[in-house]
Design a protein around this ligand. Structure first.
Ligand code: ATP
Ligand code: LTN
Length: 336
């Protein structure tokens, strides 16, 4: 199964952190693409819970976030019959390879990571070593599966470039051990902005609850948040520079309805922002409804849920162990 030459499809790896409630931004920008990619690639997806503890978590909330994120991704369409979808901390090889890769990653390289610099500023009371070595764990995630492609948002591109550098460095010393992964920029991408400050992306760790819509948000809350969304002092629904709030709402409406910006401008000509916001909210409520219903059903059967993540972890363990054993042998460890 692992041999690249005999495979038809390329291997794709991606992960998301269970660092909070999954947002409309996460869904439209990343997760929706995962679902579509499952037909074109051999997909391995993970919930990167080890990465999440680089920022302090409250245990009960963290546990709930992990399980809900797993169920929610299934509800969004991640299909464990087609893909592997596991919880990172269930597969020991990740932490093991991350340690080894730490020893092939330079202090200077890690110091240049913009996410480290940003998060150090944001969490200045807890600049822990894990935050610093976060990219070596991410490299381990990817390289363990000999992934060829990795869909990532622009914020993770630097980490992927470092992954490639580490893999090339390792291969340079020991021969071809790792496949070199390519970034994958999905055909349809979308960056959803904060509803309160549309110059910033919508983010699950935003402290202003009105800024973001979560996938599990109740319809009346979705409506309320869109009605409060920041726009501008004009009243014309049109896509233009400087109209970040309206542009964002148009972007969301365009994705949820399939309408072009021109069509949206025609639909709301002379109507004003109030009705437009209601229409956007209604389209998002419609989009989320089937996902929320499916999520409820999945969460009712915890036993089945644990069977799914355990089965996937076992498959992930099997594949990743092959790479880890090869790495350990190459480095000179005595194999068990
Ligand atoms: P955090 O607030 O903890 O940094 P986040 O909401 O920014 O979290 P991540 O876990 O960093 O989300 O990202 C998960 C995936 O969702 C990534 O592929 C990222 O590019 C994508 N993503 C996150 N926010 C948005 C957004 N507003 N629009 C589009 N894509 C997004
Ligand atoms: N750092 C990523 C999540 C992540 C990831 C990965 C993405 C962890 N390991 C491997 C792609 C490949 C994030 O915070 N979005």
């Amino acid at each position: 199964m692992l041999k690249n030459e005999s495979r038809q499809k390329k291997i794709l790896f991606s992960a998301v952190q269970p660092s909070g409630a999954i947002t409309l931004g996460n869904y439209l920008g990343a997760l929706r693409n995962w679902v579509d990619l499952q037909d074109d690639f051999d997909c391995i997806f993970s919930l990167a819970d080890l990465h999440t503890i680089t920022v302090r978590q409250e245990p009960l909330v963290f546990r709930r976030n992990i399980i809900e994120a797993y169920a929610l991704l299934l509800a969004c369409g991640v299909n464990v019959e087609k893909s592997i979808f596991f919880i990172q901390s269930h597969v020991d090889t990740h932490a093991q390879l991350a340690w080894i890769l730490n020893c092939y990653t330079q202090f200077g390289e890690l110091s240049r990571m913009t996410q480290f610099k940003d998060k150090s500023l944001k969490h200045s009371d807890n600049i822990n070593a894990g935050l610093f070595t976060y990219p070596s764990l991410m490299a381990a995630d990817i390289l363990l599966y000999q992934a060829n492609v990795v869909p990532v948002g622009i914020d993770q591109k630097q980490h992927l470039e470092l992954t490639r550098d580490i893999a090339e460095r390792f291969n340079g010393i020991y021969g071809d051990v790792f496949s070199i992964p390519e970034p994958y920029i999905p055909k349809v991408g979308a960056k959803i902005m904060s509803l309160q400050d549309p110059t910033k992306k919508m983010s699950k760790s935003d402290t202003n609850a009105n800024a973001c819509i979560t996938i599990l948000e109740k319809p009346d809350m979705v409506m309320k948040k869109f009605k409060r969304a920041v726009t501008d002092s004009e009243s014309e629904v049109r896509y233009a520079d400087g109209k970040d709030g309206v542009n964002n709402l148009m972007g969301i409406y365009s994705i949820t309805t399939g309408k072009s910006y021109k069509e949206i401008e025609n639909e709301f000509r002379g109507i004003g922002y109030g009705e437009f916001k209601v229409a956007v909210a209604e389209s998002v409520i419609e989009l989320l409804k089937p996902i929320q219903e499916k999520f409820k059903l999945i969460m009712q059967d915890k036993e089945q849920l644990s069977k799914l993540y355990n089965d996937s972890a076992e498959k992930a363990r099997y594949i990743s162990q092959k790479t880890l054993s090869k790495v350990m042998k190459k480095v000179g460890f005595i194999t068990k």
